[in-house]
Design a protein around this ligand. Structure first.
Ligand code: MN
Length: 391
């Protein structure tokens, strides 16, 4: 396999030296040897090969089939490895991105999905509960979430089989079974836990960076007809658990230092464990783009989220629940105040559809401002809908 060196990246490439996301890849000559790669422009650095060639003390952590060992090593190691990688970018050990296969980059431990956009929660409340207050009384006092299904988190590029299930419209006499007729997307941002925390050791807001390894895009595919019939009183279940797509690249949290923004003003004072009024800015100025079959349908702004990832982590652990390396939590659908900033078809079409058709390809991309006018990209998350399977 020839070794390539990317030399100079194109001007404005969002995967430059400020980004350096981690993934897991194989090459055609070694399809059974998944290993850690670092994206640089349109190339993948074979991190283990570069580490070995440079005699790095971290070579063993990088010669793994998942990111979990590196993620578990903690923030000082993450920072040391990132600094070392910057020194390897002008060397060999690169593969063109189009010549590698990308894999799910980490072993997912638990998966939690939040509901942190006030615009999304209000819009959905109006559609699902017309005539009632759109936000439930708890919404501005705690980050609402539910535990999802870690085992069906899939890497970008994986086909999504249209789910089957029970659905019952309010006008139907009885529920029926069949393929979802209201298949939707949810454009979200995911946070991947590196450093674990034992039970009964809640993670305060100030320790967010010690625990969260990196950021990715998430498409929380949602069957609205199944969801609407099943979700009362215990929340989302089979309408969500059939598939959740994540980027093949996990971008280190430190890459977003130049993109931190204050969270929106809060309506009510928060309980001390959630009160971030004196904390570092908790928002991230990530600009997401949603395309279906290549056509842009929305540009949701992550900076508009009411609850921050640090608050979500603090809330997730305040009851004494532990954190594990590989825990993934997603922000909830990202929607802004404008009609072209909505993160799902439910909102974009006011609940009327059209919904996803078989063959549709949905792709999320995003970037944030980096230092010195650069852009920091998130790896895309894409998936194609394929027809329901008979069973
Ligand atoms: Mn969701």
């Amino acid at each position: 396999m020839p070794q390539h060196s990317p030399r100079e990246l194109p001007e404005g490439d969002p995967f430059g030296a400020h980004t350096l996301p981690y993934g897991v890849f194989t090459t055609p000559d070694a399809p059974d040897r998944p290993r850690i790669g670092v994206r640089y422009g349109a190339y993948v650095l074979d991190a283990a090969a570069a580490a070995a060639a440079h005699g790095s003390a971290h070579a063993d952590l990088l010669d793994r089939p998942t990111l979990n060992a590196l993620m578990a090593a903690g923030r000082p190691t993450w920072q040391a490895v990132r600094a070392e990688i910057r020194g390897w970018l002008d060397g060999p050990h690169f593969h063109p991105l189009e010549e590698v296969t990308l894999h799910l980059p980490f072993e997912v431990a638990d998966y939690v999905d939040f509901y942190a956009s006030e615009h999304h929660a209000s819009n959905v409340g109006r559609i699902f509960r017309p005539g009632a207050e759109p936000l439930t009384p708890n919404w501005k006092h705690l980050p609402i979430g539910y535990h999802g299904r870690a085992g069906t988190v899939v890497v970008s590029g994986t086909d999504v089989v249209r789910p089957q299930g029970q659905r019952k419209a309010p006008t139907d006499d009885a529920p029926s079974f069949g393929p979802s007729l209201r298949l939707d997307i949810e454009a979200e941002v995911g946070f991947v836990v590196g450093t674990p925390a034992p039970t009964n050791t809640p993670v305060p807001l100030a320790d967010f960076r010690e625990h969260v390894f990196g950021v990715c895009l998430v498409n929380d595919w949602s069957a609205r007809d199944i969801q609407a019939w099943e979700y009362v009183p215990l929340g989302p279940f089979l309408g969500k658990s059939f598939a959740t797509s994540v980027s093949a690249w996990i971008t280190p949290l430190d890459a977003f230092d130049a993109a931190r923004t204050p969270a929106p003003e809060r309506t009510y004072p928060l309980l001390p464990y959630l009160d971030d009024s004196a904390a570092e800015p908790g928002g991230i100025d990530l600009r997401i783009e949603v395309t279906i079959n290549g056509e842009t349908i929305s540009r949701p702004p992550f900076s508009a989220m009411y609850w921050t990832a640090a608050q979500q982590l603090a809330h997730m652990t305040v009851n004494g629940a532990s954190l594990r390396t590989g825990d993934l939590y997603a922000s909830g659908t990202v929607s802004g105040p404008e009609p072209d900033q909505l993160g799902c078809l439910l909102e974009l079409t006011q609940g009327k559809g059209p919904w996803l058709a078989d063959g549709d390809v949905v792709t999320l991309t995003a970037w944030a401002p980096g230092p010195d006018g650069t852009r920091v990209g998130l790896g895309e998350v894409t998936g194609r809908i394929v027809p329901a399977r008979d069973h």
